[in-house]
Design a binder for this molecule. Structure first.
Ligand SMILES: [Zn+2]
Length: 277
């Protein structure tokens, strides 16, 4: 793709109702295999420890099929991500996008949780609760000009930004501009047409569209921490820049400072959430 074409796409992407440019998404519709996996701090994968792994493909850092690749993705997400990365990369070095992290095992997610739970609350999901474990999410490394393009166009390839800024209390996670999850074009387009709505809120509005486990088959205690006895409520409290609250029965914490925000107490509602300092 020529830079001029990309510039036109950027302009087109600024409009909410613009048509899909065939040079961006081609003629392929990137659909997801339903039902969708719905995970959050309280909801686990249907198989918490992945005794039933999804259909995975091994890929290189551009999501191209490669037997010696360093990453794995769910099969229906792979062609969509490869097309997305190829489209962005065509813009030149400042648009370059590569995969930083993709599918993780239960054990890998556990290690990440143990590593980050105290130092960066709200960064890692509890083991059994990560979109990465479903093989659907990727953390992308990208050049300075790619962020806005991804925000405007990732939906065309079936990807959504799972954890937006100012939605920390809703999603249970800090703002992660690099974390995209594959949901298929139909759902991604629906979310694109409802600005401000997160995937988590979309599932809550239509719970029948997602599948979750009840965490009873998780083998590690860190996969769930009951709020009972912790004096935590859904309203939350501030602990410095960290908001602590009970997310549907699971103890949850997010460091608002990681989202360039503060933990803001609201005396009127006796609650706390991430907000402008
Ligand atoms: Zn991620």
């Amino acid at each position: 793709m020529r830079i001029e074409t990309l510039a036109l796409l950027l302009i087109a992407g600024a409009g909410a109702a613009c048509a899909v440019d065939p040079s961006a998404a081609g003629t392929t519709t990137f659909d997801s295999t339903l039902p969708l996996v719905w995970v959050d701090p309280a909801r686990c994968l249907p198989s918490c420890t992945h005794t039933d792994e999804p259909d995975l493909r091994t890929v290189d850092s551009s999501a191209r099929l490669a037997d010696d690749g360093a990453f794995q993705l769910r099969a229906d997400a792979q062609p969509a991500l490869a097309a997305l990365i190829a489209a962005v990369d065509a813009g030149g070095p400042s648009f370059a996008v590569t995969i930083g992290s993709a599918h993780r095992t239960y054990e890998q997610q556990s290690s990440l949780w143990d590593q980050l739970v105290d130092t960066e609350p709200g960064r890692a999901a509890r083991p059994g609760h990560s979109e990465h474990e479903a093989g659907l999410a990727v953390d992308l490394d990208f050049g300075p000009d790619a962020a806005d393009w991804l925000t405007a166009n990732a939906w065309r390839y079936g990807f959504v930004l799972s954890y937006p800024q100012y939605k920390e209390k809703t999603t249970g996670f800090r703002f992660e501009p690099w974390h995209y999850s594959f949901v298929g074009v139909a759902v991604a387009a629906d979310l694109h047409n409802r600005p401000g709505l997160t995937l988590e809120e979309w599932f809550r509005a239509m719970p029948g569209r997602g599948v979750s486990g009840d965490c009873s088959d998780c083998t590690l205690p860190s996969s769930h921490e009951d709020c009972a006895g912790l004096a935590l409520s859904p309203s939350g409290i501030c602990r410095g820049t960290v908001v602590d609250w009970c997310f549907d029965g699971t103890a949850t914490a997010v460091d608002c400072a990681a989202s360039s925000l503060a933990c803001v107490p609201d005396a009127a509602t006796a609650s706390a959430s991430c907000g402008d300092p």
